[in-house]
Write a protein that binds this ligand. Structure first.
Ligand code: SF4
Length: 216
């Protein structure tokens, strides 16, 4: 729960992000640029993570540590289309295997963020993220200050509040800017939505036309 001052600072920060992002999004000329614009969010969250980490306390996440890759993950519309585009460039056999994992994960059923149920993300391969370069902002902001808490599946994982607030202000500001530019932007379950786009690539054009077409 944020104090009044913290909430005001958060609102101001996300409003600043929205204004800057909308300035660029309103002149976007095609769907590729609209989808690609979300990379600015990803770079900004990564940069914030590095800066916060340098100031400390240090995050204990390491490559191959994938504890946080087994919970429900949500991504915005532009992020989903960016990921689907990346998957679409893969060799047919790789894409086919991934499609199978997405179908398995989706058929296992959906569950809420707070649910104790865990199931590995379909993009997780040998404990590494196979879409690391285009992974959603929520995966970029996820971190732990205590790997022990992760290993023990603690209910509360110690995290850096500053990192979470900076990332959330960026996520909200960019989402608001997309909506202001008449491009739907809300949170969708990652695997279900990417699967929907892979099955029907035409969804991307509908989104660019202003329709909210992704599930969940
Ligand atoms: S997209 Fe990548 S980082 Fe995010 S939960 Fe899935 S495997 Fe983990």
């Amino acid at each position: 729960m944020l104090s009044q001052n913290e909430q005001a600072a958060f609102d101001q920060s996300s409003a600043n992000v929205r204004a800057r992002a909308f300035h660029h999004l309103r002149v976007v000329r095609d769907v590729s640029a609209a989808v690609g614009f979300v990379s600015n969010l990803h770079h900004a969250v990564d940069k914030a993570g590095m800066e916060v980490n340098e100031r400390g306390p240090a995050m204990e996440c390491r490559a191959g540590c994938s504890h946080c890759c087994s919970v429900r993950v949500e991504a915005t519309d532009a992020e989903i289309y960016r990921i689907a585009r990346e998957v679409g460039k893969r060799p047919a056999d790789e894409a086919h295997k991934l499609l199978g994992r997405l179908e398995d994960r989706v058929s296992a059923g959906d569950y809420g963020i707070e649910s104790p149920r865990r199931s590995p993300c379909a993009f997780l391969e040998k404990d590494l993220c196979s879409i690391y370069a285009v992974r959603p902002a929520v995966c970029r902001k996820a971190h732990s200050l205590s790997v022990r808490s992760c290993l023990e599946s603690a209910r509360e994982i110690p995290q850096n509040m500053e990192m979470l607030l900076v990332a959330d202000a960026l996520i909200q500001g960019i989402s608001d800017a997309y909506r202001e530019a008449a491009l739907p932007s809300s949170a969708h379950e990652l695997c279900k939505s990417v699967l929907a786009v892979l099955r029907d690539p035409g969804l991307e054009a509908s989104w660019y036309g202003g329709e909210s077409v992704l599930p969940g």
